[in-house]
Write a protein that binds this ligand. Sequence first.
Ligand SMILES: *[C@@H]1O[C@H](CO)[C@@H](O)[C@H](O)[C@H]1NC(C)=O
Ligand SMILES: *[C@@H]1O[C@H](CO)[C@@H](O)[C@H](O)[C@H]1NC(C)=O
Ligand SMILES: *[C@@H]1O[C@H](CO)[C@@H](O)[C@H](O)[C@H]1NC(C)=O
Length: 228
Amino acid sequence: MASQNAEEYILKESLLNHEEDQLYAPLGKPGGRSGYRYLILMGTVVVSLLAGYSIGQTTVHEPVQYGLATPPGSFRTVWDLNTTFIQRPTLKSEAAWNSLVPVGRGFVHHPQLAPFVSNIAVFHQLHCLHGILVAYYKALESPPTSNFTDIPDFDHETGVKTAVPHIHHCFDYLRQTIMCAADTNMEVLDRETHATNGFGQTKKCRNYEHVFAWAERYANSSDTGILS
Ligand SMILES: *[C@@H]1O[C@H](CO)[C@@H](O)[C@H](O)[C@H]1NC(C)=O
Ligand SMILES: *[C@@H]1O[C@H](CO)[C@@H](O)[C@H](O)[C@H]1NC(C)=O
Ligand SMILES: *[C@@H]1O[C@H](CO)[C@@H](O)[C@H](O)[C@H]1NC(C)=O
């Protein structure tokens, strides 16, 4: 549908750019002036169709309500603050983070969807968020420094390896992750404070458990844990 619309649009554009007589010019002798024009016109039409097709390929229809794309998924849930995922890493909190990651760590092999071993993005994204959390607490405990390569990369208590320079890319990766998902759930402001922390309200989401189960079904290894 999208590709057809784009095709039609570009086709109309290119036709409007031509004089009527070019459209209806009779076929001249081969090599004659109108034959040449006809070839140019047909070439333009073919190029336009190809351009329209490739534009269509990048356009995906998404459900829209009142002009705004609706949130993905059909799973309703209420987000509540879970302090396990904000605290300084301990063995217990690390176990909780690890439990978010399926067997195979999200690396899957599937004949159609992942013919080459691939990682489902959400698991890479969680890995990045966890890495930032670990580095944040390490940085808080480190002497003031302007050099992130100075921050110790190993925590003896939890056994977590921080790899601070490695997680640096996560800021931009997560920025693009957030903009890509462009979550359009509405967060109602508190009537008095006119603020919201995003918790305590129903959200429409994908069902994480379903994605998790699929990842385990097509896991490409038996590795576990979130890794830092
Ligand atoms: C927070 O998450 C942990 C680990 O998944 C879970 O055991 C615990 O019940 C959660 N706490 C709340 C208040 O939801
Ligand atoms: C940061 O530390 C690394 C490794 O110790 C060093 O090579 C680099 O020069 C330092 N950079 C700054 C700005 O101090
Ligand atoms: C991992 O994927 C490769 C294909 O790239 C496949 O040959 C291999 O059997 C898979 N391993 C597991 C454990 O799924």
